[in-house]
Design a protein around this ligand. Structure first.
Ligand SMILES: Nc1nc2c(ncn2[C@@H]2O[C@H](COP(=O)(O)OP(=O)(O)OP(=O)(O)O)[C@@H](O)[C@H]2O)c(=O)[nH]1
Ligand SMILES: [Mg+2]
Length: 343
């Protein structure tokens, strides 16, 4: 799971990268991509540690990728954005600490993304047309016609400012365009980077859209707060009458926006979280751990972390018949602890 940070020069991508991952990006590498992991918080672990006293605790993480800033004159942006084709989701960093107008920033970004995607689509249309002129079998002509139709549909939409993710494409069309890794088809969220002395973060809520969550945060302030003790931090915020944004909430929102979730495994050896796609199945969960577990899947035993925490031990949970046996197609829920039986 790779999440790309994108935005214009100086919007605060690198400082956000540092806040989320704890790694300082290397300034010598500012012209290329740099990645590090943001660990996904699991607040239930605190209570589970008391139950299992595990030797090891492992958190699933998301890979955050810092990227070189885009240019405000759009020059070269398609190429810069092209580096992010492999990303699973994009976080658009919108600066307001420098007085920028968020609406303008968001519109300019949409344009840049659409230009980058159009470039790919137009190149491909040209290739498809060339191939279709050649003497190829009838079935190949039909395939090329279908691709041409799909591509021109997207071209028309993009030229009218419609991102690829707003299309209702058939499965066949989706399969066809998957390989292009179009940027306007990727899940997206906004981080609105406010001034250090911003009192009112609520005013930025209006920039969120149905499928584009948005969080306002002064990233620089949060980084400074991190080195303080909890008490000093509370005193400082109180004195300055400033709001603070919870990093764990930001990471959870990124995870959710990117279409992923976590599940747990628990024992005395290790307490651990794992990543799977949202609404993933027990079989996908088994695959996340080991392909052998998926291949030889017999059944999953699922315990709700909240039941375990409330009752205090595995034995008590079993005595109440709260450990359920689930088949391959069981849909994983938040807070599930899995134990797999496999041959
Ligand atoms: N006031 C204020 N300044 C910030 C904030 N975030 C970043 N800055 C400043 O903006 C400048 C750029 O921040 P970076 O994180 O390097 O921005 P970037 O998006 O990585 O920049 P490029 O990599 O050059 O595109 C730095 O001088 C930061 O101190 C913020 O929340 N508030
Ligand atoms: Mg940077």
């Amino acid at each position: 799971m790779k999440i790309g940070l994108v935005g214009y020069n100086g919007s605060g991508k690198s400082i956000l990268f540092q806040w989320l991952t704890g790694q300082i990006p290397d300034p010598a590498m500012a012209h290329s991509l740099q990645s590090a992991t943001a660990l996904i918080p699991e607040p239930r672990f605190q209570a589970l540690i008391d139950i299992y006293a595990p030797k090891k605790i492992t958190y699933a993480g998301i890979e955050i990728v810092d990227t070189p800033g885009l240019s405000r004159d759009q020059h070269g942006n398609a190429t810069r954005l092209g580096q992010l084709r492999e990303a699973d989701a994009l976080i658009w960093v919108v600066p307001v600490f420098d007085g920028s107008d968020p609406t303008k920033e968001i519109n300019a970004f949409n344009d840049d993304v659409i230009i980058a995607d159009l470039e790919i689509i137009l190149n491909r249309i040209e290739k498809v047309q060339d191939q279709n002129k050649r003497p190829v079998p009838k079935s190949e002509h039909e395939r090329l016609d279908f691709e041409y139709e799909t591509l021109t549909l997207l071209q028309e939409g993009l030229e009218n400012g419609k991102p690829v993710k707003e299309y209702r494409l058939t499965q066949e069309q989706q399969r066809l365009i998957r390989g292009f890794r179009l940027l306007s088809g990727k899940p997206r969220m906004l981080i609105i980077n406010t001034a250090d002395d911003e009192i009112d973060l609520e005013q930025y809520k209006k920039y969120a859209q149905t499928d584009t969550p948005s969080i306002a945060v002064s990233v620089r302030l949060e980084l400074e707060l991190e080195v303080m003790s909890e008490q000093d931090k509370a005193n400082f915020l109180e004195e300055m009458q400033l709001p603070s944004t919870d990093k764990n909430f930001v990471i959870k929102t990124i995870l959710d926006a990117s279409g992923q979730m976590t599940f747990m495994t628990a024992g005395e050896k290790e307490l651990r979280t794992w990543l799977i796609p949202k609404n993933g199945t027990a079989l996908e969960a088994a695959t996340a751990i080991h392909t052998d577990m998926a291949k030889g899947f017999i059944r999953a035993e699922v315990t709700k972390a909240d039941d375990l925490i409330r009752l205090g031990s595995e034995r008590a949970v079993k005595a109440e018949n709260l450990v359920r046996r689930e088949p391959k197609d069981y849909i994983v829920k938040d807070g599930d602890i899995f134990l797999f039986h496999f041959s």
